[in-house]
Design a protein around this ligand. Sequence first.
Ligand code: SF4
Length: 430
Amino acid sequence: MPRHNLSPSLIARFFHHECQRFLRYSAVPRADRRALGIPDAVEEHTQVSELLTAKGLAWEDEVVGRKIPGLVHMAPGGGAYHDRRFSAEESLRVLSSMAAGSGAYQATLIVPPSFYRRYGLDPEVCSFHECRPDLIWCLPDREGRLLRVIDLKATDSLKTSHRIQVGLYALILDAAIADGGISAVADRNSAGIWLQDADTPEILTIGTDLQVLEHFLADELGKIMAAPPASLPWHLQPKCEQCPFYLSCRREAEESGSVSLIPGLTAGGRQFLRDGAGVETLHDLDRFLSSPGADEALEACGSLRGKGEVLRRQVRAVREGTVVPLDGASPSLPVNESVGVIITLQREPVGGRICAAGFRRFKGKDIYDAPSREWIGVAAGEEECGAVAGGFVQALYDELAVLSAYNEGKAFAEQRSLQTYVTDLSLIHI
Ligand code: SF4
Protein backbone atom coordinates (compact mmCIF):
# COMPACT_ATOMS: atom_id res chain seq x y z
CA MET A 1 0.00 0.00 0.00
CA PRO A 2 1.34 3.45 -0.84
CA ARG A 3 2.10 5.51 2.23
CA HIS A 4 0.57 8.66 0.79
CA ASN A 5 -2.50 9.73 -1.12
CA LEU A 6 -0.63 11.54 -3.90
CA SER A 7 -2.51 11.47 -7.19
CA PRO A 8 -2.96 13.68 -10.26
CA SER A 9 -6.30 14.96 -8.96
CA LEU A 10 -4.79 15.89 -5.58
CA ILE A 11 -1.85 17.69 -7.21
CA ALA A 12 -4.35 19.51 -9.45
CA ARG A 13 -6.27 20.62 -6.35
CA PHE A 14 -2.99 21.79 -4.81
CA PHE A 15 -2.40 24.04 -7.83
CA HIS A 16 -5.96 25.34 -7.43
CA HIS A 17 -5.53 26.17 -3.73
CA GLU A 18 -1.89 27.30 -4.03
CA CYS A 19 -1.38 25.96 -0.51
CA GLN A 20 1.45 23.69 0.61
CA ARG A 21 -0.36 22.88 3.83
CA PHE A 22 -3.35 21.57 1.85
CA LEU A 23 -1.14 19.18 -0.10
CA ARG A 24 0.83 17.99 2.93
CA TYR A 25 -2.30 17.44 5.03
CA SER A 26 -4.28 15.74 2.25
CA ALA A 27 -1.46 13.44 1.16
CA VAL A 28 -1.28 11.76 4.57
CA PRO A 29 -3.71 8.83 4.90
CA ARG A 30 -6.48 9.55 7.40
CA ALA A 31 -5.29 6.92 9.86
CA ASP A 32 -1.88 8.59 10.18
CA ARG A 33 -3.01 12.20 10.47
CA ARG A 34 -3.56 12.48 14.23
CA ALA A 35 -0.02 11.29 14.99
CA LEU A 36 1.34 14.10 12.81
CA GLY A 37 -0.88 16.75 14.37
CA ILE A 38 -3.02 17.05 11.24
CA PRO A 39 -6.64 18.01 11.98
CA ASP A 40 -9.59 15.97 10.84
CA ALA A 41 -10.84 16.77 7.37
CA VAL A 42 -14.45 17.81 7.12
CA GLU A 43 -15.76 16.56 3.80
CA GLU A 44 -19.07 18.22 3.14
CA HIS A 45 -21.62 15.93 1.60
CA THR A 46 -24.13 18.48 0.50
CA GLN A 47 -26.85 18.03 -2.05
CA VAL A 48 -24.71 20.05 -4.47
CA SER A 49 -21.65 17.82 -4.01
CA GLU A 50 -23.81 14.71 -4.49
CA LEU A 51 -25.30 16.20 -7.65
CA LEU A 52 -21.81 17.07 -8.92
CA THR A 53 -20.62 13.51 -8.41
CA ALA A 54 -23.71 12.04 -10.06
CA LYS A 55 -23.40 14.46 -12.95
CA GLY A 56 -19.73 13.56 -13.49
CA LEU A 57 -20.51 9.84 -13.58
CA ALA A 58 -23.48 10.35 -15.90
CA TRP A 59 -21.26 12.33 -18.28
CA GLU A 60 -18.70 9.50 -18.36
CA ASP A 61 -21.47 7.01 -19.18
CA GLU A 62 -22.79 9.34 -21.86
CA VAL A 63 -19.41 9.73 -23.56
CA VAL A 64 -18.29 6.11 -23.57
CA GLY A 65 -21.78 4.69 -24.11
CA ARG A 66 -23.27 7.10 -26.61
CA LYS A 67 -20.71 9.56 -28.00
CA ILE A 68 -18.15 6.95 -29.06
CA PRO A 69 -19.96 3.60 -28.83
CA GLY A 70 -17.96 0.59 -29.87
CA LEU A 71 -14.66 2.48 -29.89
CA VAL A 72 -13.81 2.09 -26.22
CA HIS A 73 -12.30 -0.92 -24.49
CA MET A 74 -14.05 -1.42 -21.19
CA ALA A 75 -13.37 -3.76 -18.31
CA PRO A 76 -15.68 -6.80 -18.44
CA GLY A 77 -18.72 -6.88 -16.22
CA GLY A 78 -22.24 -5.55 -16.02
CA GLY A 79 -23.68 -2.45 -14.41
CA ALA A 80 -22.93 1.17 -15.15
CA TYR A 81 -19.88 1.91 -17.27
CA HIS A 82 -18.34 4.09 -14.58
CA ASP A 83 -18.15 1.09 -12.23
CA ARG A 84 -15.97 -0.88 -14.65
CA ARG A 85 -12.22 -0.48 -14.21
CA PHE A 86 -9.32 -2.41 -15.67
CA SER A 87 -6.86 -3.88 -13.20
CA ALA A 88 -3.22 -2.85 -13.63
CA GLU A 89 -2.40 -6.16 -15.39
CA GLU A 90 -5.43 -5.92 -17.71
CA SER A 91 -4.52 -2.32 -18.47
CA LEU A 92 -1.03 -3.29 -19.60
CA ARG A 93 -2.56 -5.82 -21.99
CA VAL A 94 -5.12 -3.38 -23.39
CA LEU A 95 -2.65 -0.52 -23.80
CA SER A 96 -0.22 -2.89 -25.53
CA SER A 97 -2.74 -4.15 -28.05
CA MET A 98 -5.41 -1.54 -28.74
CA ALA A 99 -5.49 -0.18 -32.26
CA ALA A 100 -5.35 3.41 -33.45
CA GLY A 101 -8.83 4.92 -33.39
CA SER A 102 -9.86 3.22 -30.15
CA GLY A 103 -9.44 3.98 -26.47
CA ALA A 104 -9.32 2.43 -23.02
CA TYR A 105 -11.76 3.59 -20.32
CA GLN A 106 -10.53 3.60 -16.73
CA ALA A 107 -7.21 1.86 -17.32
CA THR A 108 -5.22 1.59 -14.10
CA LEU A 109 -1.70 3.04 -14.09
CA ILE A 110 0.80 2.20 -11.36
CA VAL A 111 3.43 4.90 -10.97
CA PRO A 112 6.62 2.98 -11.72
CA PRO A 113 10.02 3.27 -9.98
CA SER A 114 11.47 5.04 -13.03
CA PHE A 115 9.04 7.94 -12.42
CA TYR A 116 10.33 8.42 -8.86
CA ARG A 117 13.94 8.15 -10.10
CA ARG A 118 13.38 10.65 -12.90
CA TYR A 119 12.30 13.35 -10.44
CA GLY A 120 14.53 12.35 -7.52
CA LEU A 121 11.51 11.44 -5.38
CA ASP A 122 11.85 9.05 -2.45
CA PRO A 123 8.83 6.68 -2.60
CA GLU A 124 9.01 6.43 1.20
CA VAL A 125 8.32 10.16 1.39
CA CYS A 126 6.18 10.79 -1.71
CA SER A 127 4.21 7.80 -2.89
CA PHE A 128 1.50 7.98 -5.52
CA HIS A 129 -1.66 5.91 -5.55
CA GLU A 130 -2.57 3.96 -8.64
CA CYS A 131 -4.47 6.29 -10.92
CA ARG A 132 -7.03 6.05 -13.71
CA PRO A 133 -7.29 8.58 -16.52
CA ASP A 134 -10.85 8.48 -17.86
CA LEU A 135 -9.73 7.68 -21.39
CA ILE A 136 -6.43 6.75 -22.99
CA TRP A 137 -6.85 7.21 -26.71
CA CYS A 138 -4.70 5.52 -29.34
CA LEU A 139 -3.61 7.46 -32.45
CA PRO A 140 -1.40 6.47 -35.34
CA ASP A 141 2.17 7.76 -34.98
CA ARG A 142 4.30 7.22 -38.09
CA GLU A 143 4.83 3.45 -37.97
CA GLY A 144 3.70 3.10 -34.36
CA ARG A 145 1.05 4.22 -31.88
CA LEU A 146 0.63 7.36 -29.80
CA LEU A 147 -1.31 7.16 -26.52
CA ARG A 148 -3.09 10.34 -25.46
CA VAL A 149 -4.81 11.08 -22.17
CA ILE A 150 -8.36 12.43 -22.33
CA ASP A 151 -10.23 13.37 -19.18
CA LEU A 152 -14.00 13.80 -19.04
CA LYS A 153 -15.25 16.81 -17.09
CA ALA A 154 -18.90 17.56 -16.42
CA THR A 155 -18.37 21.29 -16.64
CA ASP A 156 -18.51 23.69 -19.55
CA SER A 157 -15.27 25.54 -18.95
CA LEU A 158 -11.65 24.56 -18.87
CA LYS A 159 -9.72 25.15 -15.64
CA THR A 160 -6.02 25.26 -14.82
CA SER A 161 -6.51 22.28 -12.53
CA HIS A 162 -7.77 20.25 -15.55
CA ARG A 163 -4.53 20.99 -17.40
CA ILE A 164 -2.44 20.00 -14.40
CA GLN A 165 -4.35 16.74 -13.98
CA VAL A 166 -4.06 15.60 -17.60
CA GLY A 167 -0.44 16.77 -17.70
CA LEU A 168 0.48 14.62 -14.73
CA TYR A 169 -1.42 11.66 -16.20
CA ALA A 170 0.67 12.11 -19.37
CA LEU A 171 3.93 12.04 -17.39
CA ILE A 172 2.83 8.93 -15.49
CA LEU A 173 1.66 7.25 -18.70
CA ASP A 174 5.03 8.05 -20.29
CA ALA A 175 6.88 6.32 -17.45
CA ALA A 176 4.40 3.42 -17.28
CA ILE A 177 4.77 2.75 -21.02
CA ALA A 178 8.56 2.59 -20.72
CA ASP A 179 8.44 0.49 -17.58
CA GLY A 180 5.82 -1.93 -18.94
CA GLY A 181 7.57 -2.44 -22.27
CA ILE A 182 4.50 -1.22 -24.19
CA SER A 183 5.25 -0.55 -27.84
CA ALA A 184 3.78 2.94 -28.02
CA VAL A 185 4.70 6.52 -27.22
CA ALA A 186 2.90 8.70 -24.67
CA ASP A 187 1.68 12.01 -26.04
CA ARG A 188 3.63 14.67 -24.15
CA ASN A 189 2.53 17.46 -26.48
CA SER A 190 -1.24 17.22 -26.29
CA ALA A 191 -4.01 15.96 -24.03
CA GLY A 192 -7.79 16.13 -24.21
CA ILE A 193 -10.50 17.50 -21.94
CA TRP A 194 -13.98 16.41 -22.91
CA LEU A 195 -16.28 19.08 -21.53
CA GLN A 196 -19.96 18.61 -20.77
CA ASP A 197 -22.18 18.25 -23.84
CA ALA A 198 -19.30 18.73 -26.30
CA ASP A 199 -19.30 16.36 -29.25
CA THR A 200 -15.53 15.99 -29.21
CA PRO A 201 -12.78 16.57 -26.65
CA GLU A 202 -10.90 19.86 -26.57
CA ILE A 203 -7.27 19.10 -27.40
CA LEU A 204 -4.79 21.13 -25.36
CA THR A 205 -1.13 21.78 -25.98
CA ILE A 206 0.48 20.75 -22.70
CA GLY A 207 4.20 21.38 -23.27
CA THR A 208 4.32 24.38 -20.91
CA ASP A 209 2.18 22.60 -18.31
CA LEU A 210 4.61 19.67 -18.31
CA GLN A 211 7.53 22.05 -17.74
CA VAL A 212 5.75 23.52 -14.71
CA LEU A 213 4.88 20.05 -13.44
CA GLU A 214 8.36 18.61 -13.93
CA HIS A 215 9.85 21.56 -12.04
CA PHE A 216 7.32 21.00 -9.26
CA LEU A 217 8.03 17.25 -9.10
CA ALA A 218 11.81 17.66 -9.17
CA ASP A 219 12.22 20.69 -6.91
CA GLU A 220 9.19 21.19 -4.69
CA LEU A 221 7.15 18.06 -4.01
CA GLY A 222 9.89 16.23 -2.05
CA LYS A 223 10.50 19.26 0.18
CA ILE A 224 6.79 19.73 0.91
CA MET A 225 6.29 16.07 1.76
CA ALA A 226 9.41 15.88 3.96
CA ALA A 227 8.53 18.99 5.98
CA PRO A 228 6.71 18.82 9.34
CA PRO A 229 3.07 19.61 8.44
CA ALA A 230 2.83 22.52 10.88
CA SER A 231 5.84 24.26 9.35
CA LEU A 232 4.39 24.77 5.88
CA PRO A 233 2.93 28.07 4.66
CA TRP A 234 -0.82 28.52 4.48
CA HIS A 235 -3.18 31.39 3.92
CA LEU A 236 -6.96 31.69 4.10
CA GLN A 237 -8.57 32.75 0.84
CA PRO A 238 -12.15 32.62 -0.42
CA LYS A 239 -11.48 29.32 -2.23
CA CYS A 240 -10.50 27.76 1.12
CA GLU A 241 -14.22 27.24 1.69
CA GLN A 242 -13.91 24.27 -0.71
CA CYS A 243 -11.06 22.79 1.36
CA PRO A 244 -11.78 20.04 3.92
CA PHE A 245 -9.38 21.72 6.38
CA TYR A 246 -11.10 25.09 6.26
CA LEU A 247 -12.69 24.92 9.71
CA SER A 248 -9.43 24.13 11.46
CA CYS A 249 -7.47 26.75 9.50
CA ARG A 250 -10.13 29.33 10.22
CA ARG A 251 -10.07 28.47 13.93
CA GLU A 252 -6.27 28.67 13.97
CA ALA A 253 -6.34 32.03 12.21
CA GLU A 254 -8.76 33.43 14.78
CA GLU A 255 -7.00 31.97 17.81
CA SER A 256 -3.56 33.14 16.70
CA GLY A 257 -4.72 36.53 15.36
CA SER A 258 -3.21 35.55 12.01
CA VAL A 259 -2.64 38.10 9.31
CA SER A 260 -4.71 35.68 7.19
CA LEU A 261 -7.81 37.39 8.62
CA ILE A 262 -7.17 40.50 6.51
CA PRO A 263 -9.79 40.40 3.73
CA GLY A 264 -8.41 40.37 0.21
CA LEU A 265 -4.79 39.65 1.22
CA THR A 266 -3.39 37.40 -1.51
CA ALA A 267 -1.19 34.34 -0.94
CA GLY A 268 1.64 36.28 -2.61
CA GLY A 269 1.01 39.27 -0.34
CA ARG A 270 1.10 37.11 2.73
CA GLN A 271 4.35 35.46 1.62
CA PHE A 272 5.87 38.89 0.99
CA LEU A 273 4.95 40.06 4.49
CA ARG A 274 6.25 36.85 6.07
CA ASP A 275 9.53 36.63 4.16
CA GLY A 276 10.25 40.36 3.97
CA ALA A 277 9.09 41.59 7.36
CA GLY A 278 8.55 38.53 9.56
CA VAL A 279 4.81 39.28 9.71
CA GLU A 280 2.64 36.36 10.87
CA THR A 281 0.00 38.00 13.04
CA LEU A 282 -2.16 41.12 13.02
CA HIS A 283 0.02 42.41 15.85
CA ASP A 284 3.14 41.90 13.69
CA LEU A 285 1.45 43.67 10.80
CA ASP A 286 0.42 46.60 13.01
CA ARG A 287 4.02 46.93 14.20
CA PHE A 288 5.37 46.72 10.66
CA LEU A 289 2.93 49.30 9.30
CA SER A 290 3.86 51.69 12.10
CA SER A 291 7.55 51.47 11.28
CA PRO A 292 9.24 54.10 9.13
CA GLY A 293 9.57 53.05 5.52
CA ALA A 294 6.67 50.55 5.63
CA ASP A 295 4.84 52.14 2.71
CA GLU A 296 8.02 52.19 0.63
CA ALA A 297 8.62 48.52 1.46
CA LEU A 298 5.10 47.62 0.26
CA GLU A 299 5.91 49.11 -3.14
CA ALA A 300 7.99 45.99 -3.86
CA CYS A 301 4.88 43.74 -3.76
CA GLY A 302 2.44 43.98 -6.66
CA SER A 303 -0.70 43.21 -4.65
CA LEU A 304 0.25 45.48 -1.69
CA ARG A 305 1.62 48.45 -3.60
CA GLY A 306 -0.05 51.66 -2.42
CA LYS A 307 -2.19 49.75 0.11
CA GLY A 308 -0.45 50.88 3.33
CA GLU A 309 -3.32 53.05 4.57
CA VAL A 310 -5.98 50.51 3.61
CA LEU A 311 -4.05 47.82 5.51
CA ARG A 312 -3.75 50.02 8.60
CA ARG A 313 -7.51 50.50 8.65
CA GLN A 314 -8.18 46.83 7.97
CA VAL A 315 -5.93 45.81 10.85
CA ARG A 316 -7.78 48.20 13.16
CA ALA A 317 -11.16 46.95 11.97
CA VAL A 318 -10.30 43.26 12.47
CA ARG A 319 -8.47 43.70 15.79
CA GLU A 320 -11.08 45.98 17.35
CA GLY A 321 -14.09 44.38 15.71
CA THR A 322 -15.30 47.74 14.56
CA VAL A 323 -16.22 49.41 11.30
CA VAL A 324 -13.41 51.61 9.96
CA PRO A 325 -14.42 53.44 6.79
CA LEU A 326 -12.12 53.34 3.81
CA ASP A 327 -11.87 56.20 1.37
CA GLY A 328 -13.84 54.07 -1.03
CA ALA A 329 -15.41 54.92 -4.31
CA SER A 330 -18.76 56.64 -4.31
CA PRO A 331 -21.68 54.46 -5.38
CA SER A 332 -22.85 57.34 -7.59
CA LEU A 333 -22.17 56.84 -11.25
CA PRO A 334 -20.16 59.38 -13.26
CA VAL A 335 -22.23 62.31 -14.54
CA ASN A 336 -20.37 62.76 -17.81
CA GLU A 337 -20.91 59.36 -19.33
CA SER A 338 -23.39 59.22 -22.20
CA VAL A 339 -24.64 55.63 -21.81
CA GLY A 340 -24.19 53.28 -18.86
CA VAL A 341 -24.74 49.51 -18.76
CA ILE A 342 -24.82 47.44 -15.56
CA ILE A 343 -24.23 43.73 -16.13
CA THR A 344 -24.88 40.80 -13.83
CA LEU A 345 -24.26 37.08 -14.41
CA GLN A 346 -24.77 34.12 -12.09
CA ARG A 347 -23.44 30.58 -12.34
CA GLU A 348 -25.36 27.54 -11.12
CA PRO A 349 -23.44 25.60 -8.46
CA VAL A 350 -23.40 22.13 -10.02
CA GLY A 351 -22.00 22.59 -13.51
CA GLY A 352 -20.83 26.17 -13.18
CA ARG A 353 -22.91 27.29 -16.16
CA ILE A 354 -24.40 30.73 -16.47
CA CYS A 355 -27.97 30.25 -15.28
CA ALA A 356 -29.08 33.85 -14.86
CA ALA A 357 -27.98 36.93 -16.72
CA GLY A 358 -29.13 40.46 -17.16
CA PHE A 359 -28.25 44.03 -17.96
CA ARG A 360 -29.74 47.46 -17.47
CA ARG A 361 -28.94 50.18 -19.93
CA PHE A 362 -29.57 53.72 -18.73
CA LYS A 363 -29.13 57.22 -20.16
CA GLY A 364 -28.75 57.80 -23.92
CA LYS A 365 -32.15 59.45 -24.40
CA ASP A 366 -31.08 61.01 -27.70
CA ILE A 367 -29.88 57.62 -28.99
CA TYR A 368 -32.48 55.13 -27.82
CA ASP A 369 -36.27 55.13 -28.02
CA ALA A 370 -36.55 54.62 -24.26
CA PRO A 371 -34.48 56.19 -21.46
CA SER A 372 -33.58 52.75 -20.13
CA ARG A 373 -33.84 49.08 -21.01
CA GLU A 374 -33.56 45.93 -18.92
CA TRP A 375 -32.94 42.41 -20.16
CA ILE A 376 -33.08 39.56 -17.68
CA GLY A 377 -32.94 35.82 -18.39
CA VAL A 378 -33.21 33.04 -15.82
CA ALA A 379 -32.92 29.36 -16.76
CA ALA A 380 -35.70 27.15 -15.43
CA GLY A 381 -33.39 24.13 -15.66
CA GLU A 382 -29.93 23.04 -16.70
CA GLU A 383 -31.03 22.58 -20.31
CA GLU A 384 -31.94 26.28 -20.61
CA CYS A 385 -28.54 27.63 -19.48
CA GLY A 386 -27.16 27.82 -23.01
CA ALA A 387 -30.21 29.72 -24.27
CA VAL A 388 -30.01 32.22 -21.40
CA ALA A 389 -26.30 32.91 -22.02
CA GLY A 390 -26.89 33.15 -25.78
CA GLY A 391 -29.92 35.40 -25.34
CA PHE A 392 -27.95 37.69 -23.04
CA VAL A 393 -25.09 38.07 -25.55
CA GLN A 394 -27.50 38.74 -28.41
CA ALA A 395 -29.58 41.28 -26.45
CA LEU A 396 -26.48 43.12 -25.23
CA TYR A 397 -25.05 43.12 -28.74
CA ASP A 398 -28.29 44.56 -30.15
CA GLU A 399 -28.34 47.29 -27.50
CA LEU A 400 -24.73 48.31 -28.09
CA ALA A 401 -25.15 48.13 -31.86
CA VAL A 402 -27.60 51.06 -31.63
CA LEU A 403 -24.94 53.18 -29.93
CA SER A 404 -22.31 52.05 -32.41
CA ALA A 405 -24.55 52.99 -35.35
CA TYR A 406 -25.21 56.41 -33.75
CA ASN A 407 -21.46 57.09 -33.42
CA GLU A 408 -20.61 55.82 -36.88
CA GLY A 409 -19.15 58.58 -39.06
CA LYS A 410 -19.38 61.30 -36.38
CA ALA A 411 -16.41 63.37 -35.26
CA PHE A 412 -14.92 62.06 -32.00
CA ALA A 413 -16.17 65.03 -29.94
CA GLU A 414 -19.75 64.37 -31.09
CA GLN A 415 -19.74 60.67 -30.34
CA ARG A 416 -21.46 59.28 -27.23
CA SER A 417 -19.44 57.34 -24.63
CA LEU A 418 -20.27 54.00 -23.06
CA GLN A 419 -19.47 52.91 -19.51
CA THR A 420 -20.07 49.34 -18.31
CA TYR A 421 -20.35 48.23 -14.69
CA VAL A 422 -20.43 44.83 -13.02
CA THR A 423 -22.09 44.25 -9.68
CA ASP A 424 -19.30 41.98 -8.38
CA LEU A 425 -15.59 41.75 -9.30
CA SER A 426 -15.94 37.97 -9.79
CA LEU A 427 -18.01 38.76 -12.88
CA ILE A 428 -14.89 39.97 -14.63
CA HIS A 429 -13.71 36.35 -14.76
CA ILE A 430 -17.06 35.13 -16.07
S1 SF4 B 1 -8.21 25.89 4.30
FE1 SF4 B 1 -6.94 27.09 2.91
S2 SF4 B 1 -5.13 27.53 4.14
FE2 SF4 B 1 -6.12 25.80 5.11
S3 SF4 B 1 -5.21 23.98 4.21
FE3 SF4 B 1 -7.04 24.47 3.02
S4 SF4 B 1 -6.29 25.67 1.32
FE4 SF4 B 1 -4.70 25.71 2.89
